[in-house]
Write a protein that binds this ligand. Structure first.
Ligand SMILES: [Zn+2]
Ligand SMILES: [Zn+2]
Length: 143
């Protein structure tokens, strides 16, 4: 199943149709090079979908698990969930706001699952957000 087919299936399974707005925003997220701010999504939708609709579509995606929110302090960015992207973690720069996707480390994943077992938990998903300063902003913040 292609990512588009999977997306349409998730909508249909919850009795939502694949409207032009929903397809457009999905495509934006799919082609994006990284997590997007609402501002970026709204800008990229200009002339095609209005601001309110973009917010509504994202709200629906979060509800259906199509997209997820990455919290960066009091702000957030949006990206497609792990069913569309390969599982990864984020490092966010507190200086410039850059979000770097970190590929999974099997040892780390195993440790997370062990941690779950310790608490009688069968883990289904997790998110890990790391914050600090990137190589461009690092100077002056190194302790
Ligand atoms: Zn930075
Ligand atoms: Zn992980």
């Amino acid at each position: 199943m292609s990512q588009n087919q999977l997306f349409i299936k998730i909508l249909r399974d919850s009795n939502y149709s694949a409207t032009k707005a929903r397809l457009f925003v999905f495509d934006l997220l799919l082609k994006a090079t990284g997590p997007q701010t609402m501002h970026q999504l709204i800008e990229a939708s200009k002339g095609i979908i209005d601001r309110v609709s973009v917010y509504r579509v994202i709200e629906l995606y979060e509800k259906l698990g199509i997209a997820q929110r990455i919290n960066i302090g009091w702000k957030y960015k949006i990206e497609l969930s792990d069913i569309f992207l390969e599982h990864h973690h984020h490092m966010t720069c507190l200086g410039c706001g850059r979000v770097i996707a970190v590929k999974d480390d099997p040892a780390f994943e195993a440790m997370i699952n062990r941690l779950g077992e310790t608490h009688g938990f069968v883990l289904k998903q997790h998110q890990l957000e790391m914050q600090g300063y990137c190589d461009r902003c690092g100077q002056g913040h190194v302790s």
